[in-house]
Design a protein. Sequence first.
Length: 204
Amino acid sequence: MYKIAAFGAHPDDIEIGCYGTLSSFLDKGAEVYIFIATGSAERIRESQKAFSQLDSKSLFIDFLNYKNNEIPYNSEIIQNIDKRLDKINPDLIITHWVDDNQQDHQNLAKSVISACRKRDNIWMMEPPPGRPPIRGSFKPQIYVDITGKEEEKKRAILAHNSQKQRLDISNDFNPWESRDMMNGLATRTKSAEAFEVVRQVVRF
């Protein structure tokens, strides 16, 4: 995996869902492209702060400038995403879980998957804990060991100071730390992030 593209509906979504995974890919020499669909000036600054600790010339962040709670699922956004993917031609695309009941997450996931109809590798991030799905349940099929990335991920999430109350996080409690530890138990590691696969193709 040499080029990774991650799509989040809001500032903090990628930090919560796959920060450790992206940081690990960067450590291995990959290029990482982050696309954030919405964000006020304040929240954009928080995301920039969250990712600034990576200090990598192989990390690129792009904001799509949609309005919060108004991300569409239509041909315009699919073409918008398609153009960006054509430009970088990533080996792996990561987005939200398509059955997340938050409408921005769901619409962005459907748009990314539609834009990736001819692409090989698409993963969906685990949704926030305790959120009832539209249907079915999240089925983790790929786990990424993020042992050693816990503090880095925690700092990235805490960079979103404006969201601490909404996310129920503090310096002493972070529900995503607990989730990553549970994923670690499932994989005999200290900490892991989980993904459900839309498509995974192996080519030799």
